[in-house]
Write a protein that binds this ligand. Structure first.
Ligand code: SAM
Length: 301
C-alpha cells in the first residue's frame, strides 16, 4: 500500500495506514470475524496467499497477542509466493499453495496436529483475458480447498475469497458436501461494485471413508473422488445431467452504516490531512533491480 492521493478518498485505505495495517483487506477479515466469530477457540491457523500480511496481522493481534504468555501459544502460519516481512507470532513460508510440499511444511510447523481455521485471500496476477482470469481464480480456490481438506480438523472453518462468476453455485453445492454450513459473505469494506465475496464454510465434515492425499500427478477431479461431492454426470445419450444445486445464503457483514468503500469522501478535515507513508515497504518489488541499476548509473531513464 503506497502513498496516493486516493489516501484521502478511500477511507478504508486511509484508515488502514492510520491503524498500521499493511493492506485495507484487514477490515474484510475483521468484519467477517465480527459476523461469524471465526477466531473463537482457534489454536492453529493457516493464512494462505497472505502477502503483504494484513490478515496475518489481524490473526496475530486477535489470537497471538492475547495468548502469547499461555503455556502453548496459538500457532499461525502464513504462506505466499512473495516474501513477507515478519509479524509477531506468525511463521511465514514463501511457497506455492498448489504444491504438495507446502502441506508437509505446514504440518511440520503444527507438529502433525490439524488446523482449526484456514483462510485464503488468494488472487492470481490478472492477464486481462476475462475467461482465463476466471479459470485461474477458480483453480486457486480449488487448490486452497484441497490443501484445507488435508489440514483441517473435523468441525473446523474455511474462509476463502471468491468472485461470483457464472459457475459459483456449483462450487457452493460442492462445498455443501464438505461443510455443515456454507455462506457467501460480503464485508462492508469490500467494494460493492466488485464481484468479490467470501465463502465462509463452517463445520468441516469430510466423508469418514475419504483420505485426501495431495500428489502433483493427481487431477483435482481424482483428488475429490471418494469425497462424495456432487459433480456432473455424463449420461449415455451424451446429455449432461446436473445434480440439484444449492444456493448459499448471502450475508452482508460489517456495520452497514459505516464507510462505503465505493464512495468518495471529502471530509473537511481532509484538507489538513497529509498522505501517510506505507505501513510496510515492498519486500521484493519487481522494479527493485531497475532502481539499483539506475542508482549505479547503468541505465539513464
Ligand atoms: N490477504 C493478504 C493481506 O491481507 O495482506 C492479501 C492477499 S493478495 C490479495 C493475494 C496474494 O495471493 C498475493 O500476495 C499473491 O502472491 C498470492 N498468491 C497467488 N497465487 C498464489 C499461490 N499459488 N501460492 C501462494 N500465494 C499465491
Amino acid at each position: 500500500m503506497g502513498k496516493s492521493s486516493k489516501d484521502k478518498r478511500d477511507l478504508y485505505y486511509r484508515k488502514a495506514k492510520e491503524e498500521g495495517w499493511r493492506a485495507r483487506s484487514a477490515f474484510k477479515l475483521l468484519q467477517l470475524n465480527d459476523q461469524f466469530q471465526l477466531f473463537k477457540g482457534v489454536r492453529r491457523v493457516v493464512d494462505l496467499c497472505a502477502a503483504p500480511g494484513s490478515w496475518s496481522q489481524v490473526l496475530s493481534r486477535e489470537l497471538y497477542e492475547n495468548n502469547k504468555d499461555s503455556e502453548i501459544p496459538p500457532k499461525i502460519v502464513a504462506v505466499d509466493l512473495q516474501p513477507m516481512a515478519p509479524i509477531d507470532g506468525v511463521t511465514t513460508l514463501q511457497a506455492d499453495i498448489t504444491h504438495p510440499k507446502t502441506l508437509s511444511k505446514i504440518l511440520e510447523i503444527f507438529g502433525g496436529e490439524p488446523a482449526d481455521f484456514v483462510c485464503s485471500d488468494g488472487a492470481p496476477d490478472v492477464t486481462g483475458l476475462h475467461d482465463l482470469d476466471e479459470y485461474i481464480q477458480a483453480q486457486l480456490i480449488l487448490a486452497a480447498l484441497q490443501l484445507t481438506t488435508c489440514l483441517l480438523r473435523p468441525g473446523g472453518t474455511f474462509v476463502a475469497k471468491i468472485f461470483r462468476g457464472r459457475d459459483i453455485d456449483l462450487m457452493y453445492s460442492q462445498l455443501g458436501f464438505l461443510f455443515e454450513k456454507v455462506i457467501c459473505a460480503k464485508p462492508r469494506s469490500s467494494r460493492g461494485t466488485s464481484l468479490e465475496a467470501f465463502i465462509v464454510c463452517l463445520g468441516y465434515k469430510p466423508s469418514t471413508t475419504w483420505k485426501p492425499t495431495l500428489d502433483l500427478n493427481v487431477s483435482t477431479e481424482d483428488f475429490f473422488k471418494g469425497a462424495n461431492i456432487g459433480r456432473y454426470e455424463l449420461r449415455d445419450d451424451l446429455e449432461y445431467e446436473e445434480e440439484k444445486r444449492n444456493v448459499a445464503p448471502f450475508v452482508a457483514c460489517g456495520d452497514l452504516s459505516s464507510y462505503d468503500s465505493d464512495a468518495t469522501y471529502t471530509l473537511e478535515s481532509d484538507i489538513t490531512r497529509i498522505s501517510l507513508d506505507p505501513v510496510q515497504g515492498p519486500t521484493a518489488p519487481p522494479y527493485k533491480k531497475a532502481l539499483e541499476m539506475k542508482r549505479n548509473g547503468e541505465i539513464k531513464r
